[in-house]
Structures are given as structure tokens and as C-alpha cells.
Write a protein that binds this ligand. Structure first.
Ligand SMILES: Cc1cc2nc3c(=O)[nH]c(=O)nc-3n(C[C@H](O)[C@H](O)[C@H](O)COP(=O)(O)OP(=O)(O)OC[C@H]3O[C@@H](n4cnc5c(N)ncnc54)[C@H](O)[C@@H]3O)c2cc1C
Length: 448
């Protein structure tokens, strides 16, 4: 096989790169290791942080400030600048291919509701983005090959000229006359990479991500001499998850509280879920339960998170006491659970949450309610993850840099396989955002 541009991976980054490269006149082949396209993107809620759009006219300067602040002022700032500069054009491209955002949502670290949300009426947000981009790519003549796992980069005289991929136990060659784009997603499913780069305890993080998140692209980039950025700080849990089903649950953002085995709260549940998950990892047995009532359950179901983070094992009972007895069978202290909920309710009725200062359901929005209306619900959670931060070092054309900071000819990367943009922090909606925005830049650069 041969094309001007070979894209490895078919999530948001890969498909956007393919569409953009085709629009620049390049022939494009996308190679995807799994039987189905979409990767983690397909599983995601696809909140996308964007500025200067009809739904969120806030300026690039304002979003830039929020980004750098949420990255704890420790990131590759030229990538934050690129993100905001390319946000509006990427939004227009998404509209061109039929992606329709319906609302803007405000998460922690956001001075404005930057996170664009899809309706979720026909399919989840991530599935919608993948479906529309894939259709757009095919309409532009892009060839998409599934069950094709890329294993090696081909390098001639210092330039990446193609890849080897495996299919049906055979190795095939696919040449790229202009460039290869690595868009293989993250390494959340690689125990070995987590052991090498994560902090102690990171091995127990449950991945909620696509099966292809094995870090293949990271290894291939490293084998070509690529530098890596923010690997250790990037290995973090991001989603409370039911260990029985492996499904994420984020009812906290609809007003639920998190209690440990003893029935004690241990965090401000409205904070960024990464902080909640780190706090959870240091609780007895690294386990907690989210407790909520019927109103919170109904409100969660209406959000995109409630549509995507679903399918977990949910306990239900007519009274708090019965719910606590069910949880006692799972190793929780029944009296402690009842006391923990009552303490929270009493505080809300008085001067507010004096334990952790929670004033909102999520970030700075959403009214807090007592857990009071039957039936009562609970979901047991451990710390899971939807993504990691660190990855290959890139410049603002998405050209991969070697360990000395020089560009590797013919090699580009975008999305979760890259590091540097988020640095030491994170703002919700910027992972799909990064995949789409930088995927577009990578496609343009590789086609040039
Ligand atoms: C449940 C969940 C909810 C999330 N919600 C949000 C959200 O609302 N907002 C947000 O910003 N982020 C969210 N995220 C994170 C976000 O979805 C991902 O970080 C982002 O979609 C990654 O996009 P990507 O294109 O880089 O990688 P992916 O979408 O993972 O795509 C990578 C593709 O490459 C393929 N691949 C891997 N190795 C190879 C190989 N060797 N050869 C060929 N193909 C290969 C994979 O199979 C996969 O299809 C969520 C993630 C999950 C799991």
C-alpha cells in the first residue's frame, strides 16, 4: 500500500488528521488496529472545550488564561496558544462535517462554560464525532483499514517513510510519501508503561478506555528517537469506576456524595474528578461509595456524562437504612454510611458544607440538595481513568521532536499519544479538544 499520508489510529485525532490531509489534496490511508474505528473517542462523552464559537463567544485570550492556569502553569505553552488559535476553525470544520453542539457546560477550572456538548439523542457524543468524521473521510476518498495493527515505523536515511502493520498474522508494508501521523491514543492499558512511568499505586487504576490504548504509538515514536513529555505526572486516575462492571460513574456531579468504608466523606465532590480520584486512592482499601437520591439519579441521566458513564452496578433501597445494610454486605460500615449522609444533610440545612466547603454540584454550578428523596441509590467505586496526560514531544506543527529537540523528518503525532499540552494539569473537554484541534494541524502538516 502507498499514500501521501498514512494515519495510524482512527479516534478523533486520526480521523480529523485524515479529513484535513485529504482537504489539502493528499491521498490518505488510515490504519486501525481494532475491528471497529473510534478508540477511546467513541466511548467518550466528547465534551469539547472551544472558544469564539456561536455557543461560547469567550475569547482565545480568556481560554488561554484558563488553560494555562488549569495546567498549573507547567506545560508547553506554545501548544496552549496553538489550541486557542485553532479552536474556532476546528469548530467550523466540525460543523462542516455535520457535528452539532447544542450547549456549553462549565466544569472546574473554567471561568466560562467552554465545554461544548452534543445532544446525545441518537448516540453518545464521542460516537457522533467519530461517525461524522469517518463519513467525511470516506467521502473524501480516504481508505480506512481496520484489524491492521501497526507495529513498526519504516525509517530511511533518518526519515520516516512508512509503517509495517500486522493483519491475520502476516506483516504488510504501507508507504507514506509525505508523512506518517501517529494517532494511537494513550497507554492506559499498558501495565508495563504504567509501572515504568506512574507513581506507586498507579497500577491499581482501572482503565475505561478503548482496547487499543496500549501505548503502541508511544513505543514506536520512542524507537525512532522521540522525546517524551510529562509522563509521570500524566499517569492519573480520572473517573470513579465500578470495579465489578468496569464502568465509570460520575453521579457526584449531579449532587451525590462520596463516602469511604467508614462512612466518612474525604473530598469536595464538585472538584475536578482527578483530585477526587487521588483522594480516593488514599482511603481504606482505595474504595468509596457514591450515595444519592432519586432527584440526583434523574438529573444525572439527563447529562452527557450520565449517558456515557452508565451500566454500573447500582444499589437501590426505599430508605437510607436499608441502603446502608446492602452496603454493609459489601464491607461498608452501615451506621457510618447513615451517619455520613445525615451529617451532610444537616450541614446543608445549616451553614453549608463545613467539612469540605462544597457549594455546588460541579465546579461553580448546580444547586446542592440534601440526599432526602426515596428511593436512595449507591454505586461502589474505585479510581479508574479515561486518559493519561504524557506522551511524545511535538512542536506546533505536530512534528515529533527527537530527544535533542530536533524534528524527526516525516513523523507527526496528535491526540493522547502526545505530551506537553496538558503538562502537569488538566481541564475537562480538552482531551477530545486536543485530539481534534491538533489532529487537524497534524493532517495539514503531513500533507504539506
Ligand atoms: C469514558 C470516557 C469518557 C471521556 N470523556 C471525555 C470528554 O468528555 N472530553 C474529553 O476531552 N475527553 C474525554 N475522554 C478522553 C478522550 O476521549 C480521549 O483522550 C481522546 O478521545 C483520545 O483521542 P485520540 O484520537 O488521541 O485516541 P483514541 O480515540 O483512543 O484513538 C486511538 C486509536 O488508535 C488505535 N490504535 C492504537 N494502537 C494502534 C496501532 N498500533 N495500530 C493501529 N491503530 C492503533 C486505537 O485502537 C484507537 O482506535 C473520555 C474518555 C473515556 C474513555
Amino acid at each position: 500500500m502507498e499514500a501521501n499520508v498514512v494515519v495510524v489510529g482512527s479516534g478523533a485525532a486520526g480521523l480529523m488528521a485524515a479529513v484535513e490531509a485529504a482537504d489539502q489534496g493528499a491521498t490518505v490511508i488510515v490504519l486501525e488496529s481494532e475491528p471497529m474505528t473510534g478508540g477511546s473517542t467513541r466511548l467518550s462523552g466528547a465534551y469539547v472545550a472551544l472558544c469564539e464559537t456561536p455557543l461560547q463567544p469567550g475569547t482565545r485570550e480568556e481560554l488561554y488564561e484558563d488553560l494555562v492556569h488549569s495546567h498549573h502553569n507547567d506545560c508547553q505553552e506554545d501548544l496552549s496558544r496553538l489550541y486557542v488559535d485553532e479552536a474556532a476553525a476546528t469548530h467550523r470544520k466540525l460543523e462542516d462535517v455535520g457535528v452539532r453542539f447544542v450547549r456549553a457546560f462549565r466544569f472546574a477550572h473554567m471561568s466560562r462554560p467552554w465545554a461544548h456538548e452534543l445532544s446525545g439523542d441518537e448516540m453518545s457524543g464521542g460516537a457522533e464525532i467519530v461517525t461524522r468524521l469517518e463519513a467525511a473521510a470516506r467521502a473524501r476518498g480516504v481508505r480506512i483499514e481496520t484489524d491492521a495493527r501497526v507495529r513498526r515505523l519504516l525509517i530511511e536515511a533518518g526519515r520516516v517513510t512508512g509503517v509495517n502493520f500486522e493483519r491475520d498474522d502476516e506483516t504488510h508494508r504501507c508507504m507514506a510519501t509525505r508523512g506518517v501521523v501517529l494517532a494511537t491514543g494513550g497507554f492506559t492499558r499498558s501495565r508495563e508503561l504504567i509501572r515504568n512511568f506512574g507513581r506507586p499505586g498507579s497500577e491499581s487504576i482501572l482503565p475505561l478506555t478503548g482496547q487499543g490504548s496500549r501505548g503502541d504509538g508511544l513505543l514506536m515514536g520512542m524507537s525512532a528517537g522521540a522525546g517524551i513529555s510529562y509522563m509521570t505526572v500524566g499517569v492519573a486516575p480520572t473517573a470513579p469506576s465500578d470495579p465489578e462492571t468496569g464502568k465509570g460513574a460520575m453521579v457526584l456531579y449531579a449532587g451525590a456524595i462520596a463516602l469511604n468504608r467508614e462512612g466518612r466523606r474525604f473530598c469536595r465532590e464538585s472538584d475536578l474528578y482527578i483530585d477526587t480520584c487521588w483522594a480516593l486512592l488514599s482511603q481504606p482499601d482505595a474504595v468509596c461509595v457514591q450515595v444519592y437520591d432519586s432527584r440526583m439519579k434523574a438529573s444525572y441521566a439527563q447529562t452527557m456524562m450520565g449517558k456515557v458513564l452508565t451500566g454500573f452496578r447500582e444499589f437501590e433501597a426505599p430508605t437510607l437504612e436499608v441502603l446502608a445494610r446492602q452496603l454493609a454486605a459489601e464491607g461498608f460500615d452501615a451506621c457510618g454510611i447513615v451517619a455520613g449522609v445525615e451529617r451532610y444533610n444537616v450541614q446543608l440545612a445549616g451553614s453549608g458544607d463545613t467539612d469540605f466547603g462544597r457549594a455546588h454540584a460541579v465546579g461553580d454550578s448546580g444547586v446542592l440538595l440534601p440526599i432526602a428523596e426515596a428511593p436512595f441509590h449507591a454505586v461502589i467505586c474505585r479510581a479508574g481513568t479515561t486518559h493519561f496526560n504524557g506522551g511524545l514531544t511535538v512542536d506546533t506543527s505536530m512534528n515529533v521532536q527527537n530527544v535533542y529537540g530536533d524534528p524527526i523528518a516525516g513523523l507527526y503525532a496528535a491526540g493522547e499519544v502526545t505530551g506537553g499540552f496538558h503538562g502537569a494539569g488538566y481541564m475537562s473537554g480538552t482531551f477530545v479538544g486536543m485530539a481534534l484541534i491538533f489532529g487537524r494541524v497534524a493532517g495539514r502538516s503531513a500533507a504539506a
